[in-house]
Design a protein around this ligand. Sequence first.
Ligand code: NAD
Ligand code: DAU
Length: 339
Amino acid sequence: MTIIVTGGAGFIGSNFVFHMLNKYPDYRIVCLDCLTYAGNLSTLAPVMDNPNFRFVKESITDRKAVYKLFEEEKPDMVVNFAAESHVDRSIENPQIFLDTNIIGTSVLMDACRKYGIQRYHQVSTDEVYGDLPLDRPDLFFTEDTPIHTSSPYSSSKAGADLLVLAYHRTYGLPVTISRCSNNYGPYHFPEKLIPLMIANALNDKPLPVYGEGLNVRDWLYVEDHCKAIDLIIHKGRVGEVYNVGGHNEKTNIEIVKIICKELGKPESLITHVADRKGHDMRYAIDPTKIHNELGWLPETKFEDGIKKTIKWYLEHKEWWETIISGEYQNYYEKMYGNR
Ligand code: NAD
Ligand code: DAU
């Protein structure tokens, strides 16, 4: 079994590469990643010498390079994590999101059609459903919830999802899609809420909460997401969408206070800053389908997952300090000023 994992130098993709190499010692995993600001080769250092692993630095938008890789590797499956993934960056510069997230997906699927494939899996997001109101805790996203996006990021992911389903219906491409809620865990890029707050708290810097911090996200430990994708690519029904989430809703302010408490830092570091444009209020996944069909359930409780995550950031300071001291500084200053 040879699997091309795109975006494997990023947060979830790298965790998936580790999970697969560990669980399936006879699988060949080929990581295709062009190493944008969010991709980090040092993340993959633990597997670089594994004979079942190959890293290829190319973009999923480069048709020639993608076709060449398919000719060389003759993959049985493709799992597409590669994407521009940060909502705030999509608000500043939507174009790259359309190129990578939509065009890149179409290039990968064209290669799958041309060379043949057992499974193309698209890693998507609950953000394609838009948001839910705070005063209706009885509502959840199901796979039948209409697509109703808010940001250029989520719109580009929704565009890709629709294209994936169209390639299934029109060309019979054997596809599956997973739509997961917010992940957290090791190797999470420090522009995102949880690692940003951990890094800032450790440096005694202000903790920038957008607006009142009452927006709700449904947090899932990254390993649980990887296990869900593993199940879907092996046992999921072709042409189907599976929602992935663990019923773990928290407001942003709750998350930041938990991080302060775990690190023994004062809540006075919390600073309310201007809200995100078009900010989604609440995400909440109904994971009944993946549970009933594939037996998936989240294994990591948030109280344990957040402790493990904080421990990982404490033990891997070099990883994130290198990132935040480089080009990322310019982004940070533009977003949050010189604090
Ligand atoms: P990330 O930003 O940490 O990593 C993205 C990776 O893709 C990086 O390694 C980057 O170099 C690579 N990449 C970007 N453009 C590329 C291109 N043109 N060609 C090849 N590689 C390219 O993202 P993440 O948080 O790990 O998310 C991975 C996927 O999961 C994305 O598709 C995202 O939409 C989806 N997702 C993320 C979450 C979450 O909470 N992070 C939740 C649900 C779904
Ligand atoms: O729901 C899945 C999505 O989760 C994925 O598809 C995206 O790729 C991923 O980035 C994530 O999107 P969010 O926008 O929910 O994640 P982010 O970490 O950027 O923000 C989480 C919440 O925290 C959101 O309500 C905005 C808020 N926030 C974020 C940052 C970076 C702050 O209040 N302050 C901040 O500095």
